[in-house]
Every structure is written in structure tokens, then in C-alpha cells.
Design a protein around this ligand. Structure first.
Ligand SMILES: [Zn+2]
Length: 262
């Protein structure tokens, strides 16, 4: 009899301790959300809407699990790269060359992407094709050296100040990660084309996120680029829409803090 009572008590104690641990872990995570938000820009704080923090943490965990599926490169899929966050020194991703195919067009023969991102471009293009839209890929992975030349070319044409708005310094471009694409004409009128419109309305359903939306130059560092998308996966695109006012920069900054904040 005594052993039975003892057993029952021990089980209850174990369950109580587990519940308590779970509670304190959740509490710590809730506090972590507030801490991170307090470090972000005033605008990000205004625009990020997290009404149900418990649900937010659940969604975030799905997004972080999803990232683990993309293992083709040492850098994680959500790696934050912008004017303040550089790629590691000497970093270059493994890439696969894009070749002529029936799913999407290529505007030149030296295009390449991260091996686990190319299939995602294919899915996106197949979906577009089904709706009678043809996707043209114009710029993809760019090496550090290539980006350095490209940035200098813009400086020569437009001067440094303007070049900073429309081109990235080497080491700071999403293109250097091999997971970003410039589509079509790479001009502002691309949004008025069938493909530009289709991407704007549908790319997120296939995990592709518009990196530099209209009106966010102070936050992203770049003027509106209707042609530039980065692959971040479907759950991350959903999270971007649900909580981050559909601003990729806010989402990736938040995730970067989340990973680095203990
Ligand atoms: Zn681009």
C-alpha cells in the first residue's frame, strides 16, 4: 500500500515539475519576444503585430524547423544579410547552374542558385505556367567579386549616394547567398507585366518573398524593387504576412535576434 502511494506521489511530482518547467520555458520565451521587439526600430515595433504570443511562438517554431530542411549550404536559409549584416569573409555558396528548360526562361547562360533553392524556383514557375504566365530569370547568384564590380559600375554611372540605394556593396547582397532572383526586365515597369503581377500576388504561396517593398527604403536600405525575390520557404512567408506586416526585413531581423538572444 505504502509503495503504491509513494509511486503515485512520485508520478504527481514528476508531472508537476514538468508542468512547471514548461511554464517557465514559455514565460522565458514570452519575455524574449518583448526583449527583441524593444531592440528593433520604432517602425518595426509599430508594424509588427503579435496579439497571441503563445500562437506566435508555435508558428515561429514551425518556421525554425522548416529551415532545417535546407541543408545544401552551411549558411542557414534565413541568414540575415543587409547593409549592417555581412556574409562571412570569403564565403561562397555551393551552386547549381540554371539550364534551358520548360519551366522557366533564363536571360543568360551563367545563372546559378543554391542547390536546394533551384527546385523551389521550378515549383514557382510551374504554378505560374499553369496560369498562363511565363517566368524569366535574369539575375541569380552573384559572387563577392562580381558584386564589387557591379556596385562600382553603379557608382560610376549615378554617383555613390544613388548607387547605395539601388545596388549592394560586396558582402551585403542577398544575391551572394544564392537564394535571391531578379526576374524579367529588372526595371520598375516589371510590376505592370503579367509575370510581375503574378509574382506580386502569388510568389509567397511558393515560399518566395519580395525583399524590398515600396516605402521601406529606410528599413531595407533599398528602394522598391518589384523584380527581386528571395526564397525563405512557405511557413516563413506566412509568418511574414501574419505578424510582420509582410515585410521580410522585419521577419529576418526578428529571427536573427531570436537565434542570437539566449
Ligand atoms: Zn536583386
Amino acid at each position: 500500500m505504502k509503495t503504491k502511494i509513494f509511486k503515485a506521489l512520485s508520478i504527481a511530482l514528476v508531472m508537476f515539475t514538468a508542468a512547471q518547467n514548461c511554464f517557465s520555458q514559455t514565460k522565458a520565451e514570452l519575455e524574449k519576444i518583448d526583449l527583441i521587439l524593444s531592440k528593433m526600430s520604432a517602425r518595426a515595433q509599430r508594424e509588427i503585430k503579435i496579439d497571441d504570443k503563445i500562437q506566435f511562438i508555435k508558428d515561429l517554431k514551425v518556421v525554425l524547423e522548416e529551415e532545417k530542411k535546407y541543408t545544401a549550404d552551411p549558411l542557414p536559409l534565413y541568414y540575415l544579410i543587409d547593409k549592417k549584416h555581412k556574409a562571412p569573409e570569403g564565403y561562397a555558396p555551393k551552386t547549381v547552374a540554371l539550364v534551358k528548360n520548360n519551366d522557366y526562361g533564363i536571360s543568360r547562360n551563367d545563372l546559378s542558385l543554391r542547390p536546394d533553392v533551384e527546385p523551389e524556383l521550378r515549383k514557382l514557375s510551374q504554378a505560374a505556367n499553369k496560369e498562363g504566365v511565363w517566368i524569366l530569370v535574369s539575375s541569380t547568384y552573384r559572387s563577392y567579386e562580381y558584386q564589387a564590380k557591379l556596385f562600382q559600375r553603379w557608382v560610376d554611372i549615378d554617383g555613390l549616394e544613388q548607387a547605395e540605394r539601388e545596388s549592394a556593396r560586396p558582402g551585403t547582397s542577398q544575391h551572394q547567398l544564392g537564394c535571391a532572383i531578379d526576374f524579367g526586365s529588372i526595371t520598375h515597369d516589371y510590376i505592370n507585366t503579367k509575370a510581375g503581377q503574378w509574382l506580386y500576388n502569388n510568389a509567397y504561396k511558393y515560399g518566395w518573398s519580395l525583399s524590398f517593398p515600396k516605402g521601406y527604403e529606410p528599413d531595407t536600405g533599398y528602394m522598391y524593387e518589384c523584380w527581386h525575390y528571395r526564397f525563405i520557404g512557405i511557413p516563413a512567408c506566412q509568418m511574414q504576412k501574419k505578424y510582420f506586416n509582410n515585410v521580410q526585413q522585419f521577419l529576418l531581423e526578428f529571427i536573427n535576434y531570436w537565434k542570437n538572444e539566449k
